[in-house]
Design a protein around this ligand. Structure first.
Ligand code: TA6
Length: 301
């Protein structure tokens, strides 16, 4: 990466709290080390790969087999999915989860925030995105690393025609043992079971992960709690402007089939994804902006 980019980025650093460094695969990352938290965020995909509130263990799962290269998604942390989720309905050749998790974003700013350090990155439509999707867009993504992790994705329609999009903050949370973990907050909610021909079902109480789990919970704006008796912690995921929550664990076979995921790592992660997908894709008129937010907190169990 030429110095042309390095210098302006360096000027954005906060001495002793936030610096621009080379990360895995030579990809640039922002390293945050402030009184309330430690964290890491790559320009590649605007990908948050680590968040550790002060005095606590790492909250996010990151695969030991992740790829770190242009055009490939990082496995773990928080991939940003936009403007479609999972496979593109009308084009099976299109990359899964959209076009922005595999591209280099621009660093817009690094700033002190009330509770920690806020890193802002931006990207927009161009030749690379129009290969797959015609919309004109601008994305601004702010990650605030503090005693809580705040993630805000603002999408703006910079074109002349309305468009409809899906989005997800596809967060991977670390757990001590998936068999003992429980996800609460989605009881009575309708979901699409993607492991059962997309059948629609109603959640009965807490979620226990006992097999491959791939579910889209619909019309839900509430917070979700991930209880982990092994790591003795509760991770609370609250949100704003998000009407769906996706819960995913690949279990044994899918884990084995994923080249960038170790065979036993399914036991130590669960994805809880703040999103607007499926029936709740968002329509944006020209000039309009939509901002989705996730707020993650950790408490001792
Ligand atoms: O969020 C769940 C999901 O859509 C699953 O269907 C699974 O494919 C997962 O995302 C991971 O997708 P990826 O393209 O990162 O392998």
């Amino acid at each position: 990466m030429g110095t042309a980019f390095a210098e302006p980025r360096r000027r954005m650093e906060i001495p002793a709290e936030a610096s621009v460094v080379k990360g895995n695969g030579g990809l640039q990352k922002i390293l945050v080390r402030c009184p309330n938290a430690a964290g890491e965020m790559y320009l590649h995909g605007a990908h948050v790969t680590s968040w550790k509130p002060a005095g606590k263990e790492e909250v996010l799962f990151l695969s030991s087999q992740s790829r770190w290269e242009d055009g490939r998604a990082i496995r773990g942390g928080v991939p940003v999915c936009f403007p479609w989720f999972a496979d593109k309905a009308d084009d099976p050749k299109a990359p899964a989860h959209g076009v922005v998790r595999t591209k280099a974003w621009q660093l817009e700013s690094i700033a002190q925030a009330e509770d920690g350090v806020r890193v802002s990155m931006i990207t927009e439509s161009g030749e690379d995105t129009k290969r797959w999707w015609p919309g004109d867009f601008h994305l601004a993504y702010r990650a605030t690393f503090g005693s809580e992790l705040q993630l805000e994705l603002a999408a703006t329609n910079t074109g002349k025609t309305p468009w409809r999009f899906e989005e997800a903050l596809h967060a991977y949370y670390r757990v001590g043992d998936i068999a003992k973990a429980r996800v609460a907050g989605l009881g009575t909610i309708e979901y699409i079971d993607k492991t059962d021909s997309n059948r629609r079902k109603i959640q009965n109480g807490e979620i226990a992960i006992v097999s491959e789990t791939d579910r889209v919970y619909l019309n839900t704006s509430g917070a979700v709690e991930l209880d982990d008796p092994v790591l003795r912690r509760r991770t609370l995921v609250a949100k704003e402007n998000s009407r769906t929550t996706v819960v995913w664990n690949p279990w044994v076979q899918k884990a084995h089939a994923l080249a960038d995921f170790a065979d036993d790592e399914w036991m130590h992660m669960v994805c809880i994804e703040t999103s607007n997908v499926s029936d709740f894709a968002v329509e944006l008129a020209p000039g309009q902006e939509h901002c989705m937010k996730a707020i993650v907190r950790v408490a001792d169990l």
